[in-house]
Structure formats: C-alpha cells, structure tokens
Write a protein that binds this ligand. Structure first.
Ligand code: ZN
Length: 299
C-alpha cells in the first residue's frame, strides 16, 4: 500500500516552491493508487504565522488537491515525540547538552550544514548545573546510505558531516528530525516525495529510524525552485503567495518545472481538465535529476 504525504510548515502562505512539492507528492501517490496525507509541521511557534495553517489548507483545496483522512498537527503530538525520546534515553543513545550556542560555534568543526557539534557533552554535561539543556543523539562514523528515486545513491557519514544532532531543544521544542520520523512511522508513510532541500536531512531520519527500529520509507527528492541569485524560494524570502485565481497557470508551470511537458493549450484550461491530464500523464521518471532549477528556466 502506497501512502504519501505533504508536510508544510505554517510559517506563511504557500508559494510556487511549496506547490512543486505538493504536486509531485500528490500525483505520485495518485498514480500509484495510494493515499496522500497532509501534515502541518507546526513545531516551532515563534516562527509560525497566525492563520497560516488554515490558509495553506484553503489554498490546497482551491488548487484542487484532495487529501485523505484528517490533517495531522505536530503541535498536538508532543507526548508522542517524548515517547520516542524516552526510548532513546533508556538506551543511552541520547545525552543532555548544556553548551551555549557560542561555546559550540567556538569549538565547532565545519560540516555540510555549517557547525558540527564537537561532542563536548558526550560523556557528561559541560555545565552540570545548567537547567536548560538540549538532547542530542549520538551519531557514528558509519555511512548512512539510501537510493533516492530521483537523485540516485546518497551516502553521508553523520559523525563527521553533521555531528550529534539535537532532538529536543533547550527551549523544550522538539526538533524536526525527531517529529518527522515519529510521524512518518505512525502514519505508515511508505513513500516520501519532497524537495531536495531536505536531501541532506534524510540520512539523519534514516539513522533515527534504524535506532528506533522503524521502517524506512522510499525517498524521492524533487528539484527545488531557486531565484536568480541561487537562493531557495522560501516564505522567509517573501516568495509570492499562491493566488487561487492563478491556479491553472501555476499548476501548469509546476508540471512543466517537474518535466511533465503539459500541452500549451492546457495553460488556460479549467482545473479539472488540467488535473485529469496530469493524472493520466504523470511520470516520476520525467522529473529532472537536479537538486535546484532557477525559476526563469521553469516559468
Ligand atoms: Zn554540549
């Protein structure tokens, strides 16, 4: 049974970049006669915008997406994430880290996502009396590998390239990597189709799945949209919010960006006709095997 998902963070309205991930995950699930679930990743209240979750769901609806089951909100699942954290804690796979941000930066090595935590608290907290601390998971020098359905073979050595990463922050918030692994398992997600900006996160998620003895889904990472300066279109960069008045044209461009070559006359058709064409013609194999594509090339 194929179960896919789309998992936006409610940090702002959907934009063309998020539409790519929604279209790719949706059509692949439908073509495989699977389910498509929507999960709102509202783990980080300070970064969220009031009303964004409802706006995202309204926009998906207006663009003609039909999701299965109830929408899942990560903010309602803290007890569930703590349960997974407990399992790791009882096996000494995580440890409290009392280091300040500055202490970490001063001693950090450089990895693929910036500072690599140097392991200061691995054998005991550096500041035993600090009451605010994060929980980090012990990583190993073994390679974590997987075959991505679009981007091909991937390998990462977590200890050197990422370092012991945080599962629960000092401010008490659960980290994305833990929540996503817990929810993918709980929702029995079999296939993850998402943007290639998360490609380097995937080995961390697979590593956690292995520690927690959870199944690993199949992964396909779509190229992400970048602007003229090579930056990812993100809500923070104020990418233009999707406007349902342009739904057909936006979806046509998203299909085109994803290598599906929709006929030109469908750029001005109605939603139902365009979706019907997309359901009949979607091919994951046609998606460009690239991590990022500038918007000017796509639109
Ligand atoms: Zn530390």
């Amino acid at each position: 049974m194929y179960i896919g998902r789309f998992a936006p963070s409610p940090t702002g309205p959907l934009h063309f970049g998020s539409l790519i991930a929604a279209v790719g995950s949706y059509l692949e699930a439908r073509v495989q006669q699977g389910q498509w679930l929507v999960r709102i990743e509202d783990l980080d209240p300070p970064r969220e915008q009031t009303g964004a979750a409802a706006l995202i769901l309204n926009t998906l609806n207006a663009y003609g997406f039909e999701w299965d089951g109830e929408v899942l909100y990560q903010s309602k699942r803290y007890a569930f994430y703590e349960y997974f954290l407990d399992q790791l804690r009882s096996r000494d796979l995580i440890y409290p880290c009392t280091c300040s941000r500055k202490e970490i930066l001063d001693s950090a090595l450089v990895g693929i996502e910036g500072a690599v935590y140097p392991g200061t608290c691995r054998n005991g907290p550096s500041h035993p009396y600090r009451t605010h601390y994060a929980w980090r998971v012990r990583t190993t020098a073994d390679a974590t590998t997987f075959d991505d359905a679009i981007q091909g073979f991937q390998s990462q050595q977590l200890l050197r390239e990422i370092g012991d990463f945080v599962l629960k922050r000092a401010d008490g918030l659960y980290a994305y990597q833990l929540a996503v692994v817990a929810d993918d398992a709980d929702q029995q997600i079999s296939h993850v189709v998402r943007g290639a900006d998360l490609l380097t996160s995937t080995p961390r998620q697979i590593y956690l799945q292995q520690l927690l003895q959870l199944p690993t889904p199949n992964y396909a990472h779509l190229p992400v949209v970048i602007n003229q300066r090579g930056e990812k279109l993100s809500k923070q960069a104020l990418a233009t919010p999707l406007n349902p008045a342009n739904a057909v044209s936006d979806l046509w461009h998203a299909l085109s960006f994803l290598g599906q070559q929709p006929p030109a006359n469908l750029a001005t058709t109605d939603l139902q006709t365009l979706w019907s064409w997309a359901h009949q013609h979607w091919q994951l194999d046609a998606v460009p095997k690239r991590k990022a594509i500038p918007l000017s090339t796509a639109a």
